[in-house]
Every structure is written in structure tokens, then in C-alpha cells.
Design a protein around this ligand. Structure first.
Ligand code: ADP
Ligand code: ASP
Ligand code: MG
Length: 407
């Protein structure tokens, strides 16, 4: 009989200390039997990645990305070894591997590398020896043997990519919440657990700030149709299934509210209003590898207009430098930056067939005296950029008005 393969991923909070690592070892071994092989992906302990990053920033404002990958990847190397030790202590055989050791090959974009291939041979050999395999999440290696990381939250991506490479029957994502909720349960007490959500909706929620899953991991799960089960590492309860679209799910107009506080806004004042200027500005910014999100151009006055756009806070300094350079070239006015912004979004695939969601969202914000600075929409979402100080208030109000506690 062919053995079944399970991939289980445990996030940072699930392995934050020794007791939690022991808990994970117990959970993992409970699934191991003659007919099942398990590959476990782990994140770094608790806030280790943030702490390592903070150390580097004490030495340099702009540390080299290659060295950041060398540094940040050590967090996961530590947790996978500790988990292997804990599992062996329970009398099971286990072996830990770094991303490089299991052949997770990536491109060369340090700190946000993309997985190109996974050579699962080493894992298959360990399975043949009946070992539980523990893989360090969030990392890979280039064709030049340079260590890379897969972007923050990247252990989710390691898990999904391994599930695909190993043809796993199940891919479980264990975290500190018992599933995907209608809003971040840390902000909205009344948020409800969602039983099933589509890849598309989850991708939108993750891209718009729902930190619970890394957006890129959902992209891969969607492309290869790998169902994901997001559940708690502290309870036995069923979590949320992330799956392909079903007809019934399309009827739900609004699935959840998300909030992203990681963006900043740049405004270029008094930009000459003539053809080709916007192209020049955004070409210069994209040359620096900076992703721009919402863009708004004001109505011109006296042949001058203001252009505002958002970037991630991590890219802000780089973006300001590039904007100053281009601003001078095109004869624009002052360049302003605002870190105190948040993106609040409503997401739901039913938005394609339901109208009035945007209007109701704007009215709710207005009723709460919250000013909208920018608006953007996609087929299945509406986002407003507002002041970060009012973000939690906005999320709570929208959750209530859209009656998401009743789903
Ligand atoms: P892990 O360390 O397991 O990867 P993360 O901290 O990355 O966990 O993600 C889990 C957190 O995501 C939760 O504690 C929760 O506060 C937050 N979160 C944000 N939005 C949502 C949502 N819609 N549903 C569930 N959790 C959410
Ligand atoms: N440890 C990495 C991070 O904090 C990767 C992960 O947790 O998924 O982003
Ligand atoms: Mg995470």
C-alpha cells in the first residue's frame, strides 16, 4: 500500500518556547503511523525574525540583502533542529533539514526570492527510512549556493510548495488562531470563523493585509489547486478550508474586512500636467524594484497637479530617494511622505454580482467621521486609504454594518 504524505506547517507563535515545541512534537507524532509520512515546516521561534532584523538595523540603516538572508534564515534553522530533538525524545525518528539541504532552489532576489524547483529526493530517502522530516521554512538556495529567504511569512510558501513537490494528500497550516476569520480577531472581538473560503478571496484578503497567510503562498496553492487547512496548534478543532470556487460561495457578497498598516503615502506636489510625466515618475520608481500600490492624481490647476501613491513602509526610504531625483528632473514641487495611513478593505467574490458595497462602505466611514484619502477597487474588493489612527475603529464599524458577525 502506497503511503500517504502529510505536510504540516507550524508558525512562529506555535513554536515560541520549549513547551510549545514539545506540544508541536506531540501533535506531529500523533499523526505518524505505518501508512503516513510527515513533512513538517517550521517558522522561527516567536519573534526571532524581527529580533534578528533589529540587530542588523543597529549596525546599518541599509544592510546588504545577501547578509540579511544569511542572518534571517538562521531563525528557522534553529527551530527545525529543536523540533527534531523534541520528536526524537518522544521515541520517533526525525531529521531536520535547511531549505538548501532539501533542494529548494530559488531565483537570486534576496529577501523576496521565488522558488524555482524543489528536489524532493532527500526527503523521499528520509521517508523510506521512516523518519519524520522537519524542514526549515522561509528559505532556499540559488544556483550559486547563496542562501535566500522567501519574503516575510514565507514559511507558508515553503509548506505549499513542498505539498506540491511531494504530492501530499493534506497541507495543514497550524497557527495561533483556529482559522480564517471575517476580520483580524485581535481587532474585532465578534469576528466569525469562516468554514470555507476560495483561493481567490484568501489571496485578496492576504494581499490586502490579513497577515494570517502569506499572499504568495496562496497564489501557488491556487495555481496548483492545493487545498489548505488553516487551524490552531493549540486545539483539535477543525479550522478553515481554503479551496477552489464553488457556486454556492459566490453568493456571499462580503467575506471579510482587512486592514494593512504597512503602507506609506508619497505625494509629489505641483507636477506639470503634460503627457508622459506619470510614465517618467513610475518608470524611475519601478527601476528601483519598488512596488507601487494605489495611485491618485488630483484634478490639475494652472497646468499643475498633485500625484499621490502608496508603497510599503519598508520601501519608503528608497522610494523617497527615487521620487526626489525624478521630481527635480521634471520640475515638480515639494515631495511629502505620510506614514500614518492604513488600507481598510472589504473582500468578497460575490461583489461581482452585488452592487452597492462601495457606497455602503463610504457611508459607514463618513458616519464615523473617517476621511477617505484614496480609493481603489478590484473585481472582488474595495479599499480605502485612511488615517492609521482610525483604522481599528473603521474595521469594527464596517464589520458591524455589513453584519459579518452573523455569517
Ligand atoms: P504564524 O506565526 O502562525 O505564521 P501569523 O502571526 O503570521 O501566524 O498569523 C496569525 C495572525 O494573523 C493571527 O494571530 C491574527 O491576529 C492575524 N490575522 C489577521 N487577519 C486575520 C484573519 N482574517 N483571520 C485570522 N487571523 C488573522
Ligand atoms: N520567520 C519568518 C517571518 O517571521 C517566516 C515565517 O514566519 O513564515 O516572516
Ligand atoms: Mg505567518
Amino acid at each position: 500500500m502506497e503511503k500517504e504524505i502529510i505536510v504540516q506547517k507550524f508558525g512562529g507563535s506555535s513554536v515560541a518556547d520549549i513547551d510549545r515545541i514539545k506540544n508541536v512534537a506531540l501533535r506531529v507524532t500523533a499523526y505518524k503511523n505505518k501508512h503516513t509520512d510527515i513533512a513538517v515546516v517550521v517558522s522561527a521561534l516567536g519573534d526571532t525574525t524581527d529580533e534578528l532584523e533589529a540587530l542588523a538595523l543597529k549596525l546599518s540603516q541599509d544592510p546588504p540583502e545577501r547578509e540579511m538572508d544569511m542572518l534571517l534564515s538562521t531563525g528557522e534553522q534553529m527551530s527545525c533542529a529543536l523540533l527534531a530533538i523534541a520528536i526524537k525524545e518522544l521515541g520517533f525518528d526525525a531529521i531536520s533539514f535547511t531549505g538548501s539541504q532539501v533542494g529548494i532552489k530559488t531565483d537570486k532576489s534576496h529577501t523576496k526570492a521565488r522558488i524555482i524547483t524543489i528536489d524532493g529526493k532527500r526527503i523521499s530517502r528520509a521517508f523510506k527510512e521512516n523518519k519524520i522530516v522537519i524542514v526549515a521554512g522561509y528559505q532556499g538556495v540559488t544556483s550559486n549556493d547563496e542562501i535566500t529567504t522567501l519574503g516575510r511569512g514565507g514559511s507558508d510558501l515553503t509548506a505549499v510548495a513542498l505539498a506540491k513537490a511531494l504530492k501530499a494528500k493534506v497541507c495543514e497550516i497550524y497557527t495561533d488562531v483556529d482559522g480564517i476569520y471575517t476580520a483580524d480577531p485581535r481587532i474585532v472581538k465578534e469576528a466569525q470563523k469562516i468554514k470555507t473560503i476560495t483561493f481567490e478571496e484568501m489571496l485578496e484578503m492576504a494581499s490586502l493585509g490579513a497577515q494570517v497567510m502569506q499572499a504568495r503562498s496562496i497564489e501557488v496553492a491556487k495555481r496548483f489547486n492545493i487545498p489548505l487547512h488553516v487551524r490552531s496548534s493549540f486545539s483539535k478543532e477543525e479550522g478553515t478550508m481554503i479551496i477552489k470556487e464553488t457556486e454556492k460561495m459566490e453568493e456571499i457578497a462580503v467575506r471579510g474586512v482587512t486592514c494593512n498598516k504597512n503602507e506609506a503615502k508619497i505625494t509629489i506636489c505641483s507636477v506639470p500636467d503634460k503627457p508622459g510625466i506619470a510614465a517618467k515618475i513610475f518608470e524611475e520608481i519601478s527601476k528601483q524594484g519598488i512596488n507601487v500600490d494605489t495611485i491618485v492624481q488630483n484634478v490639475p490647476h494652472d497646468k499643475l497637479s498633485d500625484i499621490s501613491f502608496t508603497v510599503t513602509k519598508a520601501d519608503l526610504n528608497k522610494a523617497i530617494k527615487a521620487t526626489n531625483a525624478i521630481g527635480e528632473k521634471i520640475g515638480a514641487g515639494e515631495i511629502l511622505e505620510d506614514r500614518n495611513i492604513a488600507r481598510v478593505s472589504m473582500v468578497g467574490s460575490g461583489m461581482r454580482s452585488h452592487s452597492g458595497i462601495a457606497a455602503k462602505m463610504f457611508k459607514t466611514l463618513a458616519d464615523n467621521q473617517i476621511n477617505i484619502e484614496m480609493i481603489s477597487t478590484s473585481e472582488i474588493s474595495v479599499s480605502c486609504i485612511i488615517s492609521q489612527d482610525l483604522a481599528d475603529k473603521a474595521v469594527k464599524a464596517l464589520h458591524k454594518v455589513f453584519k459579518l458577525e452573523q455569517i
